[in-house]
Ligand binder design. Sequence first.
Ligand SMILES: Nc1ncnc2c1ncn2[C@@H]1O[C@H](COP(=O)(O)OP(=O)(O)OP(=O)(O)O)[C@@H](O)[C@H]1O
Ligand SMILES: [Mg+2]
Length: 262
Amino acid sequence: MDDNVVIKLSGITKRFGYGDATSFALKDFDLEVKRGEFIMIMGPSGCGKTTLLNIIGLLDRATEGEYILNGEDVSDISSSRQARLRARKIGFIFQDFNLIQNLTIIENVALPLVYVNRPRTVRLKAASNVLGRFHLSEKEYYRPSQLSGGQKQRVAIARAIVSDPEIILADEPTGNLDSRSSNIVMDELKAIHEEGNTIIMVTHNPALTVYATRVINMLDGQIHTDVKTVEDHNLPKPVVAKSRKRFNRRALKKGLFNVDAF
Ligand SMILES: Nc1ncnc2c1ncn2[C@@H]1O[C@H](COP(=O)(O)OP(=O)(O)OP(=O)(O)O)[C@@H](O)[C@H]1O
Ligand SMILES: [Mg+2]
């Protein structure tokens, strides 16, 4: 298989319910995603967008069909293997932020690193480093309820990228934001994309498709239109992502952060 293909879905079907109550959220769905694509998924409410992201993000599994992630068939893997793969490879951003209210901001951002077995001090330093990038350093010990919507979503993006996943999935990340906060969030996603990461984002806002390299319109559990606006050979390469990792490690080594408060 082409090394640049990170996600390959073939004949994916998702059925909910049985008998008279049966409905299909996805029907015989095929999709190939190349490294460095920024795909926007649009389509009417109920057409299967969230179901698709949940399956790609290993939060749910298809009723039928094959899912290859980075060359590995993950269609029938165990839930614990799903969770481990998800922690290493995938960052999620949700419309309603999904921050844990009784954890501080830095603890929220550090959370995904628990699942990849990093020591606590390393987790906190990495979280602090990413929050700095998002100009949220002074909010590290706040609780989510003390932040604005835009700040919460930036925290959620920080959490999604803290473990350096190659794939970022975002389900209407600007759906609850005003236009100014929405632009800030989109600029952050754009920067993450330019570092060579693959992004799949659901949106109802056609104006945001200017950020995409490919726009997929879904209808009734299937792809209706699929338009690439950037050719594959012009997609960003993950070179900068590596230097970002080096930068992270350098910042970690400096040991500037007070981690005793965790
Ligand atoms: N857990 C579930 N049980 C039963 N039906 C479900 C479940 N989750 C989703 N569905 C159904 O699957 C279809 C697709 O839902 P999905 O949430 O993927 O739509 P969507 O495109 O994300 O819509 P929206 O734009 O409103 O978020 C809908 O008809 C929905 O009712
Ligand atoms: Mg949805």
